[in-house]
Design a binder for this molecule. Sequence first.
Ligand code: AMP
Length: 112
Amino acid sequence: MDCIFCKIVSGEIPSQIVKETKHFLAFRDINPVAPTHILIVPKMHIEKPAELASLGDSALGELFTLIQEIAENEGIAETGFRTLFNTGKDAGQEVKHLHLHIIGGRKLGRIG
Ligand code: AMP
């Protein structure tokens, strides 16, 4: 499968890795929209948030713990940050491999 995030997970394409856990890899967005802009991807190629359930019950807890750890390490846990999945064309999803954006480090505008 020709998937850029699968290639980042396998190391075929370099990335600025922030943290790796059993099911997820976190790395810096190549085109950041804020001082902190990190993507968390499941190592397995899945495309929709609902498919996270296929990783097993422990994966969801792992994901939310990872978000918090990253926010603390980036110094944005207290100032605030946004987490979001873009899903489908109306949301402007560019990469099909599921990814969660963590965006922070500046005052963000309203969503929409
Ligand atoms: P989305 O619009 O939600 O599909 O976002 C895809 C994100 O992936 C964008 O913010 C891109 O800047 C980011 N991106 C694309 N290629 C790379 C890459 N090689 N390394 C890191 N981030 C990337």
